[in-house]
Design a protein around this ligand. Structure first.
Ligand code: GSH
Length: 210
């Protein structure tokens, strides 16, 4: 196997999930190496592979690639037939904007609602900055769904890198039981029906954590 993905716990590692979903979308056969997060030796173990000290990291015939967005772009370049980005240039630009906004933003949501695939419990209080992030995400999803719903249930109709990037957000909204507008709730359900997401989710349920 020529690709190895170094990941964190499936329950918690949202950036690892994104990279794994893009690999699945590309149809790449790969092996997986899991490094448990939040343990005394976590940093040392990750640094043996990843100069950033973070996961995911993808080992490829072209060398190691760290950072989920770099991994996604690399795979899009290697596997053009998989159409990991939308084919239309304007739509591709929109999809890249969504992913970049996800990659660099929504700090309040990521801080207060960390991904936890074993969780099924609402927060007692939702901070205003978290509410603002949720509203922005729902607006992004709504715009995409209004435009592309005739093509399928995902952000751009069929699955793209944008769905891989928002899948962990969908999981947070569900596991923290956030009330959602109809189209956002339907999108969350579509993510939960994505076979590659289901496999990761199931593995997370079976994962033993420290
Ligand atoms: N910008 C990075 C973020 C990676 C990241 O923050 N990964 C977390 C796990 S989800 C991590 O490695 N945490 C371990 C640590 O910081 O020690 C990406 O997109 O891949």
């Amino acid at each position: 196997m020529s690709h190895t993905l170094i990941i964190g716990d499936k329950t918690y590692s949202s950036w690892s999930l994104r990279a794994a979903l893009v690999l699945e979308l590309a149809g790449v056969v790969y092996s997986e190496q899991l490094i448990a997060l939040n343990r005394p030796d976590t940093k040392t173990r990750i640094l043996q592979h990843s100069p950033s000290g973070k996961v995911p990291l993808l080992i490829t015939p072209d060398g190691a690639i760290w950072d989920s967005l770099a991994i996604a772009e690399y795979l899009a370049e290697c596997y053009p037939a998989a159409k990991l980005w939308p084919e239309d240039r304007a739509e591709r630009a929109l999809a890249r904007s969504l992913c970049a906004e996800m990659h660099s933003g929504f700090v309040a949501l990521r801080t207060h609602l960390p991904m936890d695939l074993k969780r099924d419990q609402a927060l007692t209080e939702v901070a205003p900055e978290v509410q603002a992030d949720i509203q922005r995400i729902c607006a992004l999803w709504r715009d995409c769904r209004l435009r592309f719903a005739p093509r399928g249930p995902y952000l751009f109709g069929s699955l793209t890198i944008a769905d891989a990037f928002f899948a962990p957000v969908a999981s947070r909204l569900r596991s923290y039981q956030v009330a959602l507008p109809e189209e956002a709730a339907a999108y969350v359900e579509a993510i939960y029906q994505w076979p590659a997401f289901k496999r990761w989710y199931q593995a997370a349920q079976e994962e033993e954590l420290a």
